[in-house]
Design a protein around this ligand. Structure first.
Ligand code: AMP
Ligand code: MG
Length: 365
Protein backbone atom coordinates (compact mmCIF):
# COMPACT_ATOMS: atom_id res chain seq x y z
CA UNK A 1 0.00 0.00 0.00
CA UNK A 2 1.32 3.48 -0.90
CA UNK A 3 1.25 5.77 2.09
CA UNK A 4 1.12 9.58 2.05
CA UNK A 5 4.63 9.61 3.48
CA UNK A 6 5.87 7.58 0.54
CA UNK A 7 4.24 9.94 -1.98
CA UNK A 8 5.78 12.99 -0.28
CA UNK A 9 9.16 11.21 -0.31
CA UNK A 10 8.85 10.33 -4.02
CA UNK A 11 7.80 13.87 -5.00
CA UNK A 12 10.64 15.42 -3.05
CA UNK A 13 13.12 13.04 -4.69
CA UNK A 14 11.84 14.08 -8.14
CA UNK A 15 12.14 17.75 -7.17
CA UNK A 16 15.63 17.14 -5.85
CA UNK A 17 16.63 15.41 -9.09
CA UNK A 18 15.10 18.24 -11.14
CA UNK A 19 16.84 20.81 -8.98
CA UNK A 20 20.21 19.12 -9.46
CA UNK A 21 19.60 18.82 -13.20
CA UNK A 22 18.66 22.51 -13.44
CA UNK A 23 21.69 23.44 -11.37
CA UNK A 24 24.00 21.49 -13.67
CA UNK A 25 22.31 22.97 -16.73
CA UNK A 26 22.65 26.52 -15.41
CA UNK A 27 26.31 25.92 -14.59
CA UNK A 28 27.04 24.55 -18.08
CA UNK A 29 24.90 27.20 -19.86
CA UNK A 30 24.81 30.12 -17.44
CA UNK A 31 22.94 32.31 -19.92
CA UNK A 32 21.87 31.93 -23.54
CA UNK A 33 24.11 34.26 -25.49
CA UNK A 34 23.65 35.12 -29.18
CA UNK A 35 26.03 37.51 -30.96
CA UNK A 36 26.10 39.08 -34.39
CA UNK A 37 28.31 41.70 -36.06
CA UNK A 38 26.83 43.87 -38.81
CA UNK A 39 28.54 46.44 -41.00
CA UNK A 40 26.30 49.54 -41.06
CA UNK A 41 26.69 53.30 -40.62
CA UNK A 42 30.26 53.00 -41.83
CA UNK A 43 31.18 50.94 -38.79
CA UNK A 44 30.84 47.51 -37.21
CA UNK A 45 27.78 47.11 -35.02
CA UNK A 46 28.05 44.25 -32.54
CA UNK A 47 24.85 43.04 -30.93
CA UNK A 48 24.80 40.56 -28.08
CA UNK A 49 21.53 39.15 -26.79
CA UNK A 50 21.26 37.30 -23.49
CA UNK A 51 18.69 35.08 -21.88
CA UNK A 52 16.67 34.51 -25.05
CA UNK A 53 16.26 31.23 -26.93
CA UNK A 54 18.50 31.00 -29.99
CA UNK A 55 15.66 30.96 -32.56
CA UNK A 56 14.05 34.12 -31.22
CA UNK A 57 17.41 35.86 -30.85
CA UNK A 58 18.43 34.94 -34.43
CA UNK A 59 15.09 36.10 -35.88
CA UNK A 60 15.33 39.38 -33.92
CA UNK A 61 18.89 39.93 -35.18
CA UNK A 62 17.81 39.44 -38.81
CA UNK A 63 14.98 41.92 -38.26
CA UNK A 64 17.22 44.51 -36.57
CA UNK A 65 19.95 44.01 -39.18
CA UNK A 66 17.49 44.75 -41.99
CA UNK A 67 16.17 47.80 -40.14
CA UNK A 68 19.69 49.20 -39.61
CA UNK A 69 20.58 48.63 -43.28
CA UNK A 70 17.43 50.48 -44.34
CA UNK A 71 18.11 53.40 -41.97
CA UNK A 72 21.69 53.55 -43.23
CA UNK A 73 20.40 53.86 -46.81
CA UNK A 74 17.58 56.30 -46.01
CA UNK A 75 19.73 58.58 -43.83
CA UNK A 76 22.93 58.53 -45.88
CA UNK A 77 24.37 62.01 -46.38
CA UNK A 78 25.95 61.52 -49.79
CA UNK A 79 24.79 58.25 -51.39
CA UNK A 80 21.49 58.22 -53.32
CA UNK A 81 18.53 57.71 -50.99
CA UNK A 82 15.72 59.44 -49.13
CA UNK A 83 17.95 62.06 -47.46
CA UNK A 84 19.92 62.93 -50.59
CA UNK A 85 16.62 63.29 -52.51
CA UNK A 86 15.47 65.71 -49.81
CA UNK A 87 18.76 67.62 -50.00
CA UNK A 88 18.34 67.95 -53.77
CA UNK A 89 14.79 69.25 -53.36
CA UNK A 90 15.91 71.79 -50.73
CA UNK A 91 18.71 73.07 -52.99
CA UNK A 92 16.10 73.64 -55.71
CA UNK A 93 13.77 75.46 -53.30
CA UNK A 94 11.29 72.60 -53.43
CA UNK A 95 9.85 70.25 -50.81
CA UNK A 96 10.66 66.56 -50.49
CA UNK A 97 8.77 63.57 -49.09
CA UNK A 98 10.22 61.59 -46.18
CA UNK A 99 8.99 58.67 -44.08
CA UNK A 100 8.03 58.96 -40.39
CA UNK A 101 11.43 57.85 -39.15
CA UNK A 102 13.35 60.47 -41.14
CA UNK A 103 10.85 63.15 -40.13
CA UNK A 104 11.30 62.15 -36.46
CA UNK A 105 15.09 62.31 -36.48
CA UNK A 106 14.99 65.68 -38.29
CA UNK A 107 12.56 67.06 -35.70
CA UNK A 108 14.84 65.92 -32.89
CA UNK A 109 17.84 67.35 -34.75
CA UNK A 110 16.07 70.72 -34.77
CA UNK A 111 15.63 70.48 -30.98
CA UNK A 112 19.31 69.64 -30.38
CA UNK A 113 20.45 72.42 -32.75
CA UNK A 114 18.32 74.92 -30.80
CA UNK A 115 19.41 73.66 -27.34
CA UNK A 116 23.10 73.66 -28.28
CA UNK A 117 22.87 77.20 -29.66
CA UNK A 118 23.75 75.90 -33.12
CA UNK A 119 26.93 74.05 -32.11
CA UNK A 120 25.20 70.79 -33.07
CA UNK A 121 23.96 71.62 -36.53
CA UNK A 122 22.98 68.80 -38.92
CA UNK A 123 22.19 71.42 -41.61
CA UNK A 124 25.90 72.04 -42.43
CA UNK A 125 26.17 69.16 -44.91
CA UNK A 126 27.73 71.33 -47.65
CA UNK A 127 30.52 72.34 -45.27
CA UNK A 128 31.15 68.71 -44.20
CA UNK A 129 31.33 67.78 -47.90
CA UNK A 130 33.68 70.69 -48.66
CA UNK A 131 36.10 69.40 -46.00
CA UNK A 132 36.08 66.05 -47.82
CA UNK A 133 34.19 64.00 -45.23
CA UNK A 134 31.46 62.89 -47.63
CA UNK A 135 33.54 59.88 -48.64
CA UNK A 136 34.21 56.44 -47.20
CA UNK A 137 37.94 57.04 -46.88
CA UNK A 138 39.59 60.04 -45.18
CA UNK A 139 40.24 63.11 -47.35
CA UNK A 140 43.69 63.59 -48.88
CA UNK A 141 45.65 66.75 -49.59
CA UNK A 142 45.17 70.33 -48.51
CA UNK A 143 42.19 71.70 -46.56
CA UNK A 144 39.67 73.76 -48.55
CA UNK A 145 40.32 77.46 -49.25
CA UNK A 146 38.98 79.98 -46.76
CA UNK A 147 37.24 81.72 -49.66
CA UNK A 148 35.21 78.53 -50.20
CA UNK A 149 34.46 78.12 -46.48
CA UNK A 150 33.27 81.64 -45.61
CA UNK A 151 30.23 81.83 -47.95
CA UNK A 152 28.96 78.55 -46.47
CA UNK A 153 29.23 79.97 -42.93
CA UNK A 154 27.64 83.27 -44.00
CA UNK A 155 24.64 81.44 -45.47
CA UNK A 156 23.84 80.29 -41.89
CA UNK A 157 22.02 77.03 -42.58
CA UNK A 158 20.09 75.98 -39.44
CA UNK A 159 17.59 73.25 -38.61
CA UNK A 160 15.10 76.02 -37.71
CA UNK A 161 15.00 76.83 -41.45
CA UNK A 162 13.23 73.52 -42.08
CA UNK A 163 9.51 73.66 -42.74
CA UNK A 164 8.24 70.30 -41.55
CA UNK A 165 4.65 69.52 -42.32
CA UNK A 166 3.96 65.87 -41.58
CA UNK A 167 5.96 63.99 -44.19
CA UNK A 168 6.79 66.88 -46.52
CA UNK A 169 9.83 68.94 -45.77
CA UNK A 170 11.14 72.14 -47.28
CA UNK A 171 13.57 74.82 -46.15
CA UNK A 172 13.33 78.60 -46.01
CA UNK A 173 17.11 78.59 -46.62
CA UNK A 174 18.37 76.83 -49.76
CA UNK A 175 21.84 76.54 -48.14
CA UNK A 176 20.52 73.84 -45.77
CA UNK A 177 21.99 70.42 -46.63
CA UNK A 178 21.24 67.72 -44.09
CA UNK A 179 23.97 65.48 -42.67
CA UNK A 180 22.83 63.28 -39.78
CA UNK A 181 26.31 61.85 -39.12
CA UNK A 182 26.49 63.53 -35.69
CA UNK A 183 23.61 61.54 -34.19
CA UNK A 184 22.36 58.93 -36.70
CA UNK A 185 24.16 56.12 -34.87
CA UNK A 186 22.57 56.99 -31.52
CA UNK A 187 19.10 57.38 -33.06
CA UNK A 188 19.47 54.09 -34.96
CA UNK A 189 20.66 52.17 -31.88
CA UNK A 190 17.68 53.56 -29.94
CA UNK A 191 15.39 52.20 -32.66
CA UNK A 192 17.25 48.87 -32.62
CA UNK A 193 16.65 48.62 -28.86
CA UNK A 194 12.96 49.27 -29.50
CA UNK A 195 12.86 46.53 -32.14
CA UNK A 196 14.61 44.03 -29.84
CA UNK A 197 12.14 44.88 -27.04
CA UNK A 198 9.27 44.16 -29.45
CA UNK A 199 10.75 40.64 -29.86
CA UNK A 200 10.49 40.21 -26.09
CA UNK A 201 14.23 40.68 -25.55
CA UNK A 202 15.07 42.23 -22.19
CA UNK A 203 18.83 41.83 -21.94
CA UNK A 204 21.15 42.98 -24.73
CA UNK A 205 24.06 45.23 -25.58
CA UNK A 206 24.60 47.08 -28.87
CA UNK A 207 28.06 48.39 -29.60
CA UNK A 208 28.82 50.55 -32.61
CA UNK A 209 32.23 52.22 -32.75
CA UNK A 210 31.91 54.99 -30.18
CA UNK A 211 28.36 54.19 -29.07
CA UNK A 212 27.19 51.53 -26.64
CA UNK A 213 23.55 51.07 -25.65
CA UNK A 214 22.23 48.47 -23.22
CA UNK A 215 18.95 46.86 -22.35
CA UNK A 216 18.64 44.98 -19.08
CA UNK A 217 21.43 44.19 -16.70
CA UNK A 218 23.53 41.46 -18.39
CA UNK A 219 22.03 38.78 -16.16
CA UNK A 220 23.18 40.25 -12.86
CA UNK A 221 26.61 41.50 -13.91
CA UNK A 222 26.35 45.09 -15.25
CA UNK A 223 27.67 45.76 -18.75
CA UNK A 224 31.14 47.23 -18.28
CA UNK A 225 32.24 49.58 -21.04
CA UNK A 226 35.72 50.96 -21.58
CA UNK A 227 36.35 54.57 -22.59
CA UNK A 228 39.10 54.44 -25.16
CA UNK A 229 42.44 56.14 -24.58
CA UNK A 230 42.70 58.64 -27.45
CA UNK A 231 46.50 58.73 -27.21
CA UNK A 232 47.39 55.06 -26.89
CA UNK A 233 46.05 51.58 -27.31
CA UNK A 234 43.87 50.82 -24.27
CA UNK A 235 41.33 52.54 -22.05
CA UNK A 236 41.37 55.58 -19.75
CA UNK A 237 38.36 54.57 -17.68
CA UNK A 238 35.49 52.12 -17.43
CA UNK A 239 31.79 52.64 -16.78
CA UNK A 240 29.28 50.00 -15.71
CA UNK A 241 26.09 50.74 -17.57
CA UNK A 242 22.75 50.35 -15.80
CA UNK A 243 19.70 48.97 -17.61
CA UNK A 244 18.60 51.35 -20.36
CA UNK A 245 21.75 53.47 -20.31
CA UNK A 246 23.86 54.55 -23.27
CA UNK A 247 27.39 55.89 -23.61
CA UNK A 248 28.31 57.81 -26.76
CA UNK A 249 31.79 59.08 -27.50
CA UNK A 250 32.73 61.60 -30.12
CA UNK A 251 36.38 61.85 -30.92
CA UNK A 252 38.50 63.74 -33.39
CA UNK A 253 40.63 60.58 -33.67
CA UNK A 254 37.74 58.69 -35.30
CA UNK A 255 37.76 60.41 -38.69
CA UNK A 256 40.33 63.04 -39.58
CA UNK A 257 43.05 63.89 -42.02
CA UNK A 258 46.58 65.17 -41.55
CA UNK A 259 48.14 67.86 -43.71
CA UNK A 260 51.59 69.37 -43.13
CA UNK A 261 51.63 67.99 -39.59
CA UNK A 262 48.24 69.44 -38.70
CA UNK A 263 45.27 67.23 -37.86
CA UNK A 264 41.83 68.18 -39.16
CA UNK A 265 38.88 66.64 -37.32
CA UNK A 266 35.58 65.64 -38.99
CA UNK A 267 33.71 67.64 -36.34
CA UNK A 268 33.25 71.18 -37.60
CA UNK A 269 32.49 74.36 -35.71
CA UNK A 270 29.49 75.83 -37.61
CA UNK A 271 30.42 79.33 -36.33
CA UNK A 272 33.81 79.36 -38.07
CA UNK A 273 33.49 76.62 -40.70
CA UNK A 274 36.71 75.00 -39.39
CA UNK A 275 37.36 71.68 -37.62
CA UNK A 276 37.32 71.74 -33.83
CA UNK A 277 40.61 72.00 -31.95
CA UNK A 278 41.66 71.59 -28.34
CA UNK A 279 39.76 68.40 -27.51
CA UNK A 280 40.28 64.79 -28.41
CA UNK A 281 37.13 63.17 -27.14
CA UNK A 282 33.86 63.68 -25.32
CA UNK A 283 31.78 60.88 -23.77
CA UNK A 284 28.16 61.35 -22.71
CA UNK A 285 26.24 58.96 -20.45
CA UNK A 286 22.45 59.15 -20.78
CA UNK A 287 19.42 56.97 -21.48
CA UNK A 288 18.57 58.57 -24.83
CA UNK A 289 21.04 57.54 -27.54
CA UNK A 290 20.17 60.24 -30.08
CA UNK A 291 20.58 62.95 -27.47
CA UNK A 292 23.81 61.49 -26.07
CA UNK A 293 25.31 61.20 -29.57
CA UNK A 294 24.24 64.73 -30.54
CA UNK A 295 25.52 66.10 -27.23
CA UNK A 296 28.92 64.38 -27.58
CA UNK A 297 29.31 66.16 -30.93
CA UNK A 298 27.99 69.49 -29.57
CA UNK A 299 30.32 69.40 -26.53
CA UNK A 300 33.26 68.66 -28.83
CA UNK A 301 32.44 71.87 -30.71
CA UNK A 302 31.89 73.79 -27.45
CA UNK A 303 35.43 72.91 -26.33
CA UNK A 304 37.15 72.98 -22.94
CA UNK A 305 35.62 76.22 -21.63
CA UNK A 306 32.10 76.28 -23.05
CA UNK A 307 31.08 72.63 -22.73
CA UNK A 308 29.53 72.69 -19.22
CA UNK A 309 26.99 75.34 -20.25
CA UNK A 310 26.02 73.50 -23.44
CA UNK A 311 25.70 70.20 -21.52
CA UNK A 312 23.36 71.90 -19.02
CA UNK A 313 21.33 73.50 -21.84
CA UNK A 314 20.93 70.10 -23.54
CA UNK A 315 19.81 68.42 -20.30
CA UNK A 316 22.96 66.30 -20.02
CA UNK A 317 24.24 65.56 -16.51
CA UNK A 318 27.02 63.01 -17.14
CA UNK A 319 29.85 63.93 -19.50
CA UNK A 320 33.61 63.49 -19.73
CA UNK A 321 35.94 65.57 -21.90
CA UNK A 322 39.55 64.71 -22.74
CA UNK A 323 41.48 67.77 -23.87
CA UNK A 324 44.32 67.52 -26.37
CA UNK A 325 46.89 67.89 -23.56
CA UNK A 326 45.44 64.74 -21.99
CA UNK A 327 43.60 66.54 -19.16
CA UNK A 328 40.32 64.89 -18.22
CA UNK A 329 37.33 66.88 -17.00
CA UNK A 330 33.95 65.50 -16.01
CA UNK A 331 30.72 66.40 -14.29
CA UNK A 332 30.33 65.12 -10.70
CA UNK A 333 27.58 62.71 -11.87
CA UNK A 334 29.99 61.25 -14.44
CA UNK A 335 32.89 61.02 -11.99
CA UNK A 336 30.65 58.98 -9.66
CA UNK A 337 30.31 56.41 -12.45
CA UNK A 338 33.93 56.22 -13.64
CA UNK A 339 36.26 53.43 -12.55
CA UNK A 340 39.96 52.98 -13.39
CA UNK A 341 40.34 50.79 -16.48
CA UNK A 342 42.28 48.17 -14.51
CA UNK A 343 42.83 47.32 -10.83
CA UNK A 344 46.36 48.76 -10.71
CA UNK A 345 45.48 51.87 -12.78
CA UNK A 346 44.70 55.32 -11.44
CA UNK A 347 42.17 57.82 -12.65
CA UNK A 348 42.72 61.56 -12.48
CA UNK A 349 39.68 63.58 -13.49
CA UNK A 350 39.02 67.22 -12.73
CA UNK A 351 35.43 67.75 -11.51
CA UNK A 352 33.48 70.43 -13.39
CA UNK A 353 30.19 71.56 -11.86
CA UNK A 354 27.37 72.20 -14.31
CA UNK A 355 25.87 75.70 -14.38
CA UNK A 356 22.10 76.22 -14.42
CA UNK A 357 20.60 75.73 -17.89
CA UNK A 358 19.88 78.97 -19.74
CA UNK A 359 16.24 79.72 -20.48
CA UNK A 360 15.24 78.87 -24.05
CA UNK A 361 12.08 78.19 -25.98
CA UNK A 362 13.48 75.16 -27.83
CA UNK A 363 10.92 72.49 -28.69
CA UNK A 364 10.55 69.58 -31.08
CA UNK A 365 8.94 71.22 -34.17
P1 AMP B 1 30.25 62.30 -34.21
O1 AMP B 1 31.29 61.28 -34.48
O2 AMP B 1 28.99 61.75 -33.59
O3 AMP B 1 30.76 63.48 -33.43
O4 AMP B 1 29.75 62.85 -35.60
C1 AMP B 1 30.61 63.49 -36.51
C2 AMP B 1 29.89 63.67 -37.82
O5 AMP B 1 28.82 64.61 -37.64
C3 AMP B 1 30.76 64.25 -38.92
O6 AMP B 1 31.38 63.22 -39.67
C4 AMP B 1 29.74 65.02 -39.75
O7 AMP B 1 29.04 64.13 -40.60
C5 AMP B 1 28.78 65.54 -38.71
N1 AMP B 1 29.13 66.84 -38.12
C6 AMP B 1 30.33 67.49 -38.13
N2 AMP B 1 30.26 68.64 -37.42
C7 AMP B 1 28.99 68.71 -36.94
C8 AMP B 1 28.30 69.68 -36.13
N3 AMP B 1 28.89 70.77 -35.66
N4 AMP B 1 26.99 69.42 -35.85
C9 AMP B 1 26.38 68.31 -36.32
N5 AMP B 1 26.97 67.38 -37.07
C10 AMP B 1 28.27 67.57 -37.38
MG1 MG C 1 27.76 62.40 -32.11
Amino acid sequence: MITTALIVRAVSLVLLALGVALGVFRAAHPIQDTRETLYVFGTLVEIEILDTDKDTAQAALVDVGQMLQRLHRDWHAWRPGMLSDLNEAIALGETGAVNDQLATILRRGALFDCQSDGLFNPAIGTLVGLWGFHADSPPQGAPPADTAIQPLVAAQPRMADLEISDNRIGSANAAVQLDLGGFAKGAALDMARGALAAWGIRDAVLNAGGGVEVMGSHDSRPWRVAIRDPFAWGAVAAVSLKPGEVLHTSGNYERFFDHNGQRFSHILDPRTGYPVEGIVSVSVLDTDGARADAAATALSVAGPSEWPQIAADMGITSALMIADDGAMMATPAMIARLAPPAEDATLEVQPVALPAPRANDCAVP
